[in-house]
Design a protein around this ligand. Structure first.
Ligand code: AMP
Ligand code: GLY
Length: 424
């Protein structure tokens, strides 16, 4: 089978690397890919952007692609799956209507409330005066969110009314363009976060191992929210009984709710959870795999990714069981200076050729410039390793990281080092 992976980040490098190991894959194409996917055996980059749906259709038709797997949310929200389906092309992911679970936070909150799935209390606003009144009447910490897609950056966790109002004002005044013309203000939840990602086909689903992201840029969970600065799997605070609760109270009601609302949800579904004293609650849905969660999860996945995604795309997911490496895996993201607000790009990256059998260096924002790998985005690399223990995986990753050079690079020193496993 010929597989096309859409996207250019660390997630797509990890998905392509895993797909290329499948005996079912004759070739793996990545559009547009990065300098890392360009260097992998059995993987070929195709210079078409992830949002160029016409271009991707032409690639799928001309190169006779058997299955397209979409990495990022933007093409899903823009309807890539609907467009491919009309032409009889297999593309794994939800339709545009179902992808609104990620594409609109107010849509997701309304869906959660209507189907009685646990989440933070919220209100939706389109004007500053109403938001200001609400914040005055409801003292305490709030989270202010741009309604539309903002690459994980349109969320401000505010301890005080003043910070919340500033965030609401700047979003409503166009900080994120149309994505912030509507905002959601919700109560701040206290607890430990976990990512729960499944591959679904209607009501059938298989759950990937749990994982834990690090959204804030700086050590100690400080600094601005980012797309994610590192992740490990399994999540520290999800044991088997809690996983059963998450399946029964969150994942299954979500798939049933989607079905009841007339959607056949096919593709990856990512529930970002807060494990609170009142049980797990949904912070957000994503209609795709997580980045950087994909990197440690793909290192742990022993099952054939092509067989798995093909089963989901052809109505055979009910017959699949996942095989997972019991060892934990951890990924640390190396980001460009200035990330997330204004990352500097074009800097040479050194030390990539060293081989370390324990570690994989997944590329994200990288490209080739005259034979040299240079930075081309905010998150540049995701150094990922398995280990007998989480601590061992951490040691491998940080040791490998010392050998990589990128002027002014940012990375967190404390991935996998929170006071883990303590849930309220
Ligand atoms: P979201 O994109 O909605 O997942 O938000 C990004 C990050 O903001 C989450 O991973 C949390 O760290 C934080 N966050 C979002 N909503 C809440 C909430 N209601 N309470 C506390 N933190 C939140
Ligand atoms: N790491 C969070 C996300 O992929 O949305």
């Amino acid at each position: 089978m010929k597989i096309l992976i859409v996207g250019s980040g660390g997630r797509e490098h990890a998905l392509a690397w895993k797909a290329a190991q499948s005996p079912l894959a004759s070739e793996v194409l990545v559009a547009p890919g990065n300098a890392g996917t360009a260097r992998e055996p059995r993987i070929r980059n195709i210079p078409v952007e992830a949002t160029d749906i016409d271009g991707l259709i032409a690639v799928a038709q001309d190169l006779r692609v058997d299955l397209t797997i979409v990495g990022p949310e933007a093409p899903l929200v823009a309807g890539i799956v609907d467009r491919f389906a009309k032409l009889g092309l297999a593309c794994l992911g939800p339709t545009a209507a179902a992808a609104r679970l990620e594409g609109s936070k107010s849509f997701a909150k309304e869906f959660l409330a209507r189907h009685r799935i646990p989440t933070a209390r919220h209100e939706t606003f389109t004007d500053v005066a109403a938001a200001a009144r609400y914040l005055k009447d409801h003292p305490g910490a709030h989270v202010v969110k741009a309604d539309g897609l903002a690459s994980g950056k349109g969320v401000v966790v505010a301890e005080e009314e003043k910070t919340a109002l500033e965030a609401a004002t700047s979003m409503l005044n166009g900080e994120f363009g149309d994505a912030g013309r509507r905002i959601v203000i919700e109560e701040r939840l206290i607890g430990v976060e976990a990512s729960f990602i499944v591959l679904a086909d209607g009501l059938d689903y298989v759950a990937f191992p749990t994982s834990e992201d690090h959204k804030r840029r700086d050590d100690g969970d400080r600094g601005p929210n980012t797309g994610g600065m590192g992740a490990f799997s399994p999540a520290s605070a999800v044991d088997a009984p809690l996983e059963a609760v998450i399946r029964a109270h969150i994942i299954e009601p979500t798939l049933r709710g989607l079905k009841d609302d007339g959607h056949h949800y096919r593709g990856f579904l990512y529930a970002g959870l807060m494990l609170t004293a009142d049980g797990p609650k949904v912070l957000e849905f994503n209609c795709r795999f997580g980045d950087p969660e994909t990197q440690p999860i793909m290192m742990r996945l022993r099952s054939d990714l092509v067989a798995l995604t093909h089963a989901a795309a052809t109505g055979q997911l009910g017959k699949v069981a996942l095989e997972i490496d019991p060892r934990p895996a951890l990924c640390v993201v190396l980001a460009a200076p200035g990330y997330p607000a204004a990352p500097r790009t074009g800097d040479p990256i050194g030390g990539l050729d060293a081989t370390d059998p324990e570690c994989r260096v997944f590329h994200a924002g990288t490209r080739d410039k005259d034979g040299q790998v240079v930075s081309s985005g905010g998150r540049v690399l995701g150094i990922t390793s398995l280990g007998a223990t989480l601590e061992e995986a951490r040691e491998h990753v940080y040791r490998r990281l010392q050998g990589i050079t990128l002027d002014g690079a940012l990375y967190r020193r404390d991935i996998g080092r929170r006071p883990y496993g303590v849930r309220p």
